[in-house]
Design a binder for this molecule. Structure first.
Ligand SMILES: [Zn+2]
Length: 145
């Protein structure tokens, strides 16, 4: 709607979605700690609501020390509300769960794979995303430690 009204403005209306408030753009290559350092100071100025997130390529279950360091950095940077995103895929046939990069389940070969992601603060399966959320998901980069 804004593109129809204002035209294509590079960096503003040139995508199917807007970058949320003070967030670093979803496709910007940045480390976890740098993203937290840049976004944290804005939390106190957005007292009607705020969230910052970081994106991992897989569930961070095998590196608890790194996760603890991330959470401590979030607190030190004055973040009030945070999300730690990572993919969760599951097979509807055999209930295998994990990051399934293929079209078919590695356990049973089933093709009914549900993919849970968080976009705009809400967890959902990708098949329920609108066009804008699919476009944002496509552009998203994981953040490196
Ligand atoms: Zn399966």
């Amino acid at each position: 709607m804004d593109r129809e009204r204002f035209g294509v403005i590079p960096g503003v209306t040139d995508k199917e979605y807007y970058t949320n408030s003070f967030h670093v753009p979803v496709g910007y290559d940045i480390s976890v700690f740098d993203k937290i350092s840049k976004e944290g100071p804005y939390h106190k100025y957005t007292n009607a609501g705020h969230i910052s997130y970081i994106e991992f390529p897989s569930p961070p279950v095998h590196n608890v020390e790194a996760l603890q360091a991330v959470l401590e950095h979030m607190r030190a940077c004055d973040m009030g509300y945070v999300g730690i995103n990572f993919p969760i895929d599951f097979c509807e046939s055999c209930h295998h769960r994990g990051v399934i990069d293929a079209e078919r389940c590695p356990q049973c070969g089933g093709s009914e794979i549900k993919r849970v992601r968080r976009i705009t603060g809400y967890l959902s399966t990708i098949d329920r995303f609108n066009e804008a959320k699919v476009a944002e998901l496509h552009d998203r980069l994981s953040h490196r430690l």
